[in-house]
Design a protein around this ligand. Structure first.
Ligand code: HEC
Length: 282
């Protein structure tokens, strides 16, 4: 062997020590392997239940055991079904939404709702809840305007229900928001609705009320900053609703409809993409 020949040049003593070490190592490894294999056999063949597999241990031969009738696992008692579902069983047998929060709407609850709303709902509904969020700007179906007459008239548990199950093009948020957080967001939507239609009569006497327009001007924000904004040309209109059959408007766009603009492949000139600015002189 080339290696042995090579090392043979250095002398016999060195060579035999090396061989002795190598053989020792092989023997140790071999023993260790045998031991490990022995262990594995034992653990591998021990009686146990494997998920989704049958078992000879039970009469029905099912490894996964059904829940014991009339028992509730610890921490899974959902006695307050309105808190978890947002609906009650109506007299006519149908589920009914209620204009009722299952706990008092304290300032703490509203703050939590605001924080969660700004994280999860703002991308589509915008911070003020008008449905023209940044995702919609880029071509998602316009999200509901939470200040239109239909949305204002909905009971507060409807918002909870929508967050729990999704609605039309809107995904559900039950994985992201705990039931408690969903109620907090629902309560905050009510606060938003009040804020967007509030008059100076709604605030306690003596409180100074300033117009957003004036604040924007004082802060030298761009003209038209406080005006309602429109969707940019990048946004896509959805199929119109079929009111007769109760279908909501559907995304994505219907390209056959001439009223619908598909975004150009080439980016539009910068001026056309920015939000429409109203003349500065007012
Ligand atoms: C990915 C975008 C998106 C996000 C994020 C989103 N929504 Fe929506 N939402 C929509 C769209 C789109 C609609 C309209 C659905 C339709 O008509 O198909 C809608 C509709 C609604 C409606 C009206 C339902 C009705 O009965 O008309 C409510 C209330 C609502 N959303 C609340 C929320 C809340 C609260 C959150 C945050 C937890 C949220 N949405 C997050 C896209 C979104």
């Amino acid at each position: 062997m080339t290696r042995d020949q090579g090392s043979g040049v250095r002398g016999q003593g060195y060579l035999s020590t090396k061989r002795w070490m190598r053989e020792g190592l092989v023997a140790t490894c071999g023993c260790a392997l045998l031991l490990v294999a022995g262990c594995r056999q034992d653990m591998q063949n021990q009686p146990k239940l494997i998920p989704q597999r049958g078992s000879e241990m039970f009469a029905d031969h099912r490894g996964a055991r059904p829940q014991v009738v009339n028992t509730v696992a610890r921490g899974q008692l959902r006695e307050d079904s309105y808190f978890y579902t947002g609906v009650i069983q109506g007299a006519n047998g149908y589920r009914e939404e209620q204009n009722l929060l299952p706990f008092p709407a304290t300032l703490e609850v509203l703050k939590r709702g605001q924080e969660r709303f700004n994280v999860y709902c703002t991308p589509c509904h915008s911070r003020v809840g008008n449905g023209l969020g940044a995702i919609v700007d880029r071509g998602y179906k316009p999200a509901a305007n939470l200040h239109d007459q239909v949305r204002m008239a909905q009971p507060v548990s409807h918002y909870f229900y929508v967050m729990t199950h999704g609605y039309g093009a809107m995904p559900d948020y039950s994985a992201q928001l705990t039931p408690e957080d969903r109620w907090a967001v629902a309560a905050y939507i009510r606060a938003l609705q009040l804020s967007q239609a509030a008059t100076s009569a709604d605030v306690p006497g003596g409180t100074q009320v300033r117009e957003l327009k004036d604040i924007a001007e004082a802060k030298h924000l761009p003209a038209g900053f406080a005006d309602p904004w429109k969707l940019p040309p990048t946004a896509i209109q959805a199929y119109p609703p079929v009111t007769k059959e109760g279908y909501p408007a559907m995304a994505p766009a219907n390209p056959a409809d001439p009223a619908i603009k598909i975004p150009a492949t080439k980016p539009a000139p910068a001026a056309a993409q920015s939000k429409p600015a109203t003349p500065a002189a007012q």
